[in-house]
Design a protein around this ligand. Sequence first.
Ligand SMILES: [Ca+2]
Ligand SMILES: [Ca+2]
Length: 138
Amino acid sequence: MKKILLAGLALAATCVLVSAPAAQANGDRNGRCENGDLCLRYNSNNAGPWMDYWTQDMSHHDDKFFSSYDANGNAVKSNITVGNNAAWAKNHTSPGGYYARICYNSNLGGDCWNLAPGASANLPSWLKNNNASNTWVN
Ligand SMILES: [Ca+2]
Ligand SMILES: [Ca+2]
């Protein structure tokens, strides 16, 4: 399965799903780090505000970290931009799945860093607070 293709299908299906039951297995950028997500956090060592990317994203500069949950359990966004502000990452795909690739520039440009399936780590110093886009690779 190609995750990127699935992402496109998910977008195309969004309108259809509006009236469907809320039996959502996973959500892209829904503030929950679920199976198949790349989760980024504002602070090192799995701390601080977070963001979850299930799809690839060509620019982190138009996204805000989540920082809390409301009374209904929905994640609430902070005012902190994800771009150039991530310090820690976890690849929530299963072992044998896709590597999460995080890049220095938008549109997957510049130097990129790959995080193995199931792995978590502080971003390397050259990428910490310099993240701009992400995708999935074999
Ligand atoms: Ca999610
Ligand atoms: Ca974005």
